[in-house]
Design a binder for this molecule. Structure first.
Ligand code: ZN
Length: 503
């Protein structure tokens, strides 16, 4: 016995009745066979895995069967058996992708002149017919214009728009739809049971959804996963490199609750795991859609925004930054405290007045992190402090320099740029002081994180002074007038010359 056939080959329909999801096409073909009214050229168009060549092969057998039953091939007569075993000289399969030239079609034109060897019809199944060259199409057309009575062409293509209209007009064309998910789920449950694979109801539905209307893809996936043991949704996610549903749900719920801090945290986690942000948004959209269909109306308003985001993200200069700005836009500025879900626990208000170097492990990185609720530092928007007045002597020049620094920070790490954008800064005597205004506490907390601090310090030392120290503080309730979110985004956009942000 030859090597074991793959699952989808073994389960390829042998009768029209076994074809999944193409009832109308099947009914038309069966009727044509039963009435003996066959065309000389058929075209099956549709995405991969929906049954194009399967239908062509079924039709090739049914047309040649010596004892068809209601349009179905009997699969027992000599003609059926020969075709099924691939030994018939009268049914020829040609891959349009590798036999696309004029020579092949010329040879084919010579062959079609000869009568079939044992069967009633000579059948030429040309897969991916759109790959043929123009010359080849022209040669083919001559045969199609005056086809010998004993010849049937069956073309399959994923791209019917690339097939010349002159050829299309000579064919009975069928547009095969993607197979509905519920039919794929039903089929793979049936196959799993017969093959002894453990497949839960939920996993079957999930797998069907992931197959994008292609039964072949679903069966290939089923086979690959089924050999490893019981198939679960988690396994399917891991195998396909999809973000876990719990994470997608957490992200969607954060957006609905306008919990920007939580959503940004999930994005940071994706970055740490090296995940593809575009795929994540794609999956989040698909998950949101599923939940809306299941009756969760509160997610409905997210769908248009997610659709737009999905379209934008692959083209975004920085996908992460784009996604983060989307979150900030949807949620506004993160709230100071989120009891659940935030890994960072904010210190109680009394403790944040002054953090001495000894108390702060961040000091070991050579960073001075001062948290002060009252100190007024020079900044863009503060009009009150004396230091601020003194600092403003340098005016626009400093603004430019800060914008340059912001760009450098953003180039180092997109999230560093996002968190620094609303900060008010001064650089005096080797100390870069950054004050996050009221309302930007999440940014402040994020910047103090060891990893981000190290990057911030690195950029700042390159930019200003190799020996510089960084001080970060949060202006708290009594601090200078905070920037609004729009101002913060505008600031970042301006500093990057509007390259990334904006409609
Ligand atoms: Zn037969």
């Amino acid at each position: 016995m030859a090597e074991e056939l793959s699952l989808y080959r073994r389960w390829r329909p042998k009768r029209f009745a076994e074809v999944v999801g193409q009832e109308l096409v099947v009914a038309t073909l069966k009727r044509a066979v039963a009435q003996g009214k066959l065309y000389h050229a058929y075209l099956f168009a549709g995405q991969r895995g929906v049954g194009k060549t399967t239908l062509a092969r079924l039709l090739a057998r049914a047309a040649n069967c010596l004892a068809p039953e209601d349009g179905e091939p009997c699969n027992r007569c000599p003609n059926c058996v020969r075709i099924l075993s691939g030994q018939s000289l009268d049914v020829v399969e040609i891959d349009g992708a590798s036999h696309r030239g004029i020579d092949q079609v010329r040879q084919l034109r010579e062959e079609v002149a000869f009568l079939p060897v044992g069967a009633r019809y000579k059948v030429y199944i040309i897969d991916e017919v759109h790959m043929l060259t123009q010359e080849a199409f022209n040669a083919l057309l001559k045969t199609l214009e005056e086809p010998p009575a004993h010849v049937i062409f069956m073309f399959a293509t994923t791209e019917p728009h690339k097939v010349p209209a002159t050829v299309l007009s000579r064919c009975q064309a069928f547009w095969l739809r993607p197979i509905p998910e519920e039919l794929i789920a039903k089929k793979i449950k049936e196959v799993a049971q017969a093959e002894g694979f453990a497949l839960s109801e939920g996993a079957a539905e999930f797998l069907a959804r992931r197959s994008g209307g292609s039964l072949r893809d679903a069966l290939v996936l089923l086979e690959q996963l089924g050999r490893a043991g019981p198939i679960t949704s988690d396994q399917i996610e891991a195998y396909l490199g999809l973000p876990p549903r719990v994470q997608l749900d957490a992200f969607l719920e954060a957006l609905v609750a306008k919990d920007g801090a939580r959503a940004l945290e999930i994005i940071a986690d994706l970055a740490r795991r090296g995940r593809d942000f575009a795929l994540f948004v794609e999956e989040a959209l698909s998950r949101a859609r599923d939940r809306v269909v299941a009756g969760e109306d509160e997610l409905l308003s997210l769908l248009p925004d997610l659709v737009e985001l999905r379209a934008q993200l692959p083209r975004a200069f920085s996908r992460r930054l784009h996604l983060e700005l989307f979150v900030l836009e949807k949620c506004g500025v993160p709230k100071p405290s989120q009891p659940d879900g935030l890994k960072t626990s904010f210190p109680p208000a009394e403790q944040e007045k002054v953090v001495s170097p000894k108390d702060n492990p961040g000091e070991s990185l050579g960073l001075s992190t001062a948290a002060s609720a009252t100190e007024n530092l020079p900044c863009y928007s503060s009009e009150t402090s004396e230091k601020g007045e003194a600092f403003r002597f340098q005016g626009a020049k400093e603004d430019d320099r800060w914008a340059e620094f912001l760009r450098a920070a953003w180039e180092k790490r997109a999230d560093l740029g996002v968190f620094l954008a609303p900060a008010q800064q001064s650089y005096v005597d080797g100390v870069l002081r950054l004050v996050l205004p009221e309302g930007f506490r999440f940014h402040y907390e994020s910047l103090k994180e060891r990893e981000l601090l190290a990057d911030l310090e690195e950029v700042a030392r390159k930019f200003y002074d190799p020996l510089l120290a960084v001080e970060i503080s949060y202006a708290g309730d009594d601090g200078p007038k905070p920037l609004t979110f729009e101002e913060a985004v505008r600031l970042l956009a301006e500093s990057l010359e509007g390259k990334i942000i904006g409609p």
